[in-house]
Ligand binder design. Structure first.
Ligand code: NAG
Ligand code: NAG
Ligand code: NAG
Ligand code: NAG
Ligand code: NAG
Ligand code: NAG
Length: 391
């Protein structure tokens, strides 16, 4: 390794900070439907139908209820991950959580952060459709409807509905002294989620990068303040104004401190705070709210792509290894990320391991960033998109 420059050391410091934050657990898409049986024209097959994602509260009560029921089926279904590989991966849902833990430092603060999470979210959608027969829309959380309009508005969001929603905040718990430096501004909770469809859910993996079975409740530590600061229309507007993908990714991901958060951190800390599942960089998908937030993040990316379409179907960049951002005059440790980067979801992977029809299953199919640049090729889209000129 080359002699480390001052900027290099600063970046190493940031990486150390991320590790430190994580070690204290503070940091913080069929059996039926659109995926057809015809000769595939893309890695994801031919779309018989485009599934339109909707905001949670715009879904019918029936669809919301089916969605929550299907999520609970995935939470209870036996996983594919051999216990000999990761002893704590119990359920089908844990296949997803475990693969996120395993790749935490390969898929965050890199150019392929958004592509990975697009494919990751698509995989849950497909799991729900193929393995539980869910046929409604996949939901997203439009932050702008809930944030920056007072605490009551945030806490009373239909997302957190105690009957037909994801449940609310945990009771307030003080941050332990050793985590005092990581208290998320405006945090209000920390305890178990006691309402909604996931009040009885068991989080098996973590905290942090632990793969051993550690059954406990789902926790939330919401900060309406933090959400208001980083998920408001003004922040989304700045994000959507990015001139190229590299800049877009940097604004979305922000830096590894609370003040340097972008919209990505805004959702994680706004829901997970310091003591909540969503605030733990490794096991954040352990909170089902993760998918609502990431679907909206994906919607922001797709909105940005559509602002200069089709040019932005190939606009891609950023570092290929953790925080290896380009700094003028400095040498990068790794090559920049390219459209060829392979996205692998381990035992949660459906394309590589579970393709049934239309594919030659003896041939290993690898999903790359290029495969996920156009969501229409993945047989989904959004009901509404965002435009910075109206924010
Ligand atoms: C999904 O539908 C198929 C075919 O109707 C049925 O065999 C299967 O049991 C259903 N699965 C679930 C989880 O409901
Ligand atoms: C959740 O757990 C409580 C307490 O153990 C139990 O009374 C209740 O029936 C459970 N609810 C569901 C939906 O499993
Ligand atoms: C956006 O507005 C919120 C609420 O007024 C404020 O806290 C935040 O600093 C603003 N963000 C930006 C990037 O201007
Ligand atoms: C990475 O991308 C940046 C921004 O486009 C560019 O300036 C830099 O030279 C690239 N680095 C490498 C190692 O190719
Ligand atoms: C965990 O991640 C490593 C590095 O990406 C990968 O080689 C390995 O196959 C992954 N393990 C599983 C079980 O997916
Ligand atoms: C499937 O792929 C294997 C290995 O590439 C090849 O030998 C075989 O002929 C292919 N089968 C079909 C039906 O295309």
């Amino acid at each position: 390794m080359a002699i480390m420059s001052v900027a290099g050391r600063r970046i190493m410091y940031l990486v150390t900070l991320v590790l430190l934050l994580c070690s204290t657990s503070v940091f913080s898409a069929p059996a039926s439907g659109g995926w057809g049986n015809n000769t595939p024209t893309t890695t994801f097959g031919t779309c018989n139908k485009i599934y339109i994602r909707k905001e949670w509260r715009d879904m019918t009560a029936n669809d919301r209820s089916s969605f929550l029921r299907s999520m609970n089926l995935i939470l209870k279904k036996e996983g594919r991950t051999p216990r000999s590989v990761w002893s704590g991966a119990v359920s089908r849902y844990d296949d997803l959580v475990a693969t996120h833990i395993n790749q935490t430092f390969e898929v965050h603060y890199v150019g392929h952060f958004l592509p990975f999470h697009r494919y990751y979210t698509w995989t849950l959608e497909k799991m729900l459709r193929d393995e539980t027969n869910y046929s409604g829309p996949f939901p997203y959380w439009d932050w702008h409807r809930d944030v920056g309009q007072g605490d009551a508005k945030f806490f009373n969001s239909p997302i957190w509905d105690p009957e037909l929603g994801f449940g609310g905040n945990g009771e307030f718990l003080p941050v332990p002294a050793e985590q005092a430096a990581f208290a998320v501004p405006g945090r209000t909770g920390g305890g178990c989620v006691t309402t909604g469809a996931f009040k009885n859910m068991t989080v098996n993996l973590g905290p942090g990068n632990s793969f051993t079975e550690n059954p406990r409740c789902l926790t939330r530590d919401m900060s309406p303040y933090f959400s208001g600061r980083y998920l408001s229309q003004n922040q989304t507007k700045i994000t959507l104004q990015a001139p190229n993908f590299y800049a877009f990714d940097v604004i979305v991901e922000g830096g590894p401190s609370f003040e340097a958060s972008g919209v990505h951190g805004g959702g994680h800390y706004g829901i997970g705070g310091t003591l909540g599942t969503m605030g733990d960089l490794y096991i954040s998908p352990g909170d089902p709210a993760f998918w609502l937030h990431h679907a909206n993040l994906d919607r922001v990316w797709w909105s940005w792509q559509k602002l200069n379409y089709p040019a932005r179907l190939t606009d891609f960049g950023g570092p290929s290894c953790l925080m290896d951002y380009y700094v003028p005059g400095q040498t990068q440790k790794c090559a920049n990320a390219t459209l060829d980067i392979v996205l692998d979801l381990g035992y949660a992977d459906l394309v590589k391991r579970n393709v049934k029809t239309g594919y030659n299953t003896t041939k290993e199919i690898k999903v790359t960033v290029e495969d996920v640049m156009n969501i229409r090729n993945m047989c989904y889209d959004y009901d509404t998109l965002l435009n910075p000129s109206t924010l």
